[in-house]
Design a protein around this ligand. Structure first.
Ligand SMILES: [Zn+2]
Length: 250
C-alpha cells in the first residue's frame, strides 16, 4: 500500500512507502502492537503490566513504522545505513539473550560502522516526528542526507541503552523539566535518546555522540562499549524504574 504525502527527507510531495522504524530486518518484521493513549496506559498501568489487560484499541500487525519517506529516500537509507543497524542489533540481541539477567554489558563494536549507525538513528527520529522537527533542526536532516558528513554541532547529543522489557517509546520530541528537550525511541534490543541543547551529560546512559568520529575511533583498534539494560514500563522519557518499583508504588 502507498500513500501520497510529503517525504520527511527530501521534502517533496511523492508516493510514500511504509517505513519500518526500526528497520524491518532488525526484528521489526511481524511486530504485533497496540497504539495506546498515554493517559489510559498510565491510569491502568497496574492492569496493563501485571494483569495482562488487553487494550481496547485495534491490534496492528506487520511491523512498527509509518508512511514518512519516499521510495528513493527509503532506498538511500536502505543502501547506506540499514545493514549496519541490523548488524549491531543482532549482536546486541544475542548478548541480551545469552547473558542472563545482567544489568550492564560490555562488548567490542570495532567492526560496526558507528557513523552509519548514528545516521540511521537520526533518520529514525526524523521519521517518528512531524515535519516541524527538521524545520527546527535542519542540521539533523543534512547529517542524514550526506553519508560522508561527520560534523554535527554539539547541541545534539545521543545516548543509548539496551532494552527488552516494557513499552515502546515513540521518539517524538518532548520537553522535560529534568532533561530539557529530548526524543526517546526504544525497540528491542535498543533504546536511544537524542538530547538537544542540554550541556549536561545524561549520566544513566551511554553517550554515543562521538560515534560520528568513527574514522578516528577505529584507529585505536578495539572499541569497547558498556551499555546498561533498562526496562521501559513508565510512559515518561528517561524513566527506567523496574516492574518491582512499580508494584511498590501502587
Ligand atoms: Zn524523499
Amino acid at each position: 500500500m502507498k500513500k501520497t504525502g510529503k517525504c520527511k527527507i527530501c521534502k517533496e510531495i511523492k508516493e510514500l512507502n511504509f517505513e519500518h522504524i526500526p528497520p524491518r530486518s532488525a526484528f521489526n518484521k511481524e511486530t504485533k502492537y497496540y497504539t495506546l493513549n498515554q493517559t489510559d496506559y498510565f491510569e491502568n498501568l497496574d492492569e496493563y503490566v501485571f494483569k495482562n489487560l488487553k487494550p481496547k484499541s485495534r491490534k496492528h500487525q506487520g511491523g512498527l513504522g509509518q508512511y514518512c519517506f519516499c521510495e528513493e529516500c527509503n532506498g538511500f537509507l536502505g543502501s547506506k545505513y540499514v545493514r549496519t543497524y541490523k548488524k549491531f542489533a543482532q549482536i546486541a540481541m544475542s548478548i541480551i539473550q545469552y547473558s542472563g539477567n545482567a544489568k550492564a554489558y560490555q562488548f567490542d563494536i570495532s567492526d560496526i560502522n558507528l557513523l552509519k549507525f548514528l545516521k540511521q538513528i537520526t533518520s529514525m527520529f526524523i521519521g517518528c516526528n512531524d515535519h516541524v522537527f527538521t524545520e527546527l533542526y535542519p542540521e539533523l536532516l543534512e547529517f542524514v542526507k550526506d553519508d560522508n558528513k561527520i560534523d554535527l554541532s554539539n547541541r545534539f547529543r545521543f545516548y543509548m541503552y539496551l532494552n527488552n522489557e516494557g513499552q515502546n517509546r515513540n521518539g517524538i520530541i518532548q520537553f522535560t523539566n529534568l532533561y530539557g528537550t529530548v526524543c526517546e525511541f526504544n525497540f528491542i534490543p535498543f533504546g536511544f535518546v537524542l538530547s538537544i541543547d542540554n550541556p549536561n551529560r545524561i549520566m544513566e546512559l551511554s553517550e554515543i555522540t562521538n560515534f560520528k568520529y568513527y574514522e578516528e575511533i577505529k584507529k585505536n583498534g578495539k572499541v569497547p562499549i558498556i551499555l546498561n539494560k533498562y526496562p521501559t514500563y513508565y510512559p515518561f522519557p528517561l524513566d527506567y524504574r523496574a516492574k518491582d518499583d512499580l508494584k511498590s508504588n501502587l
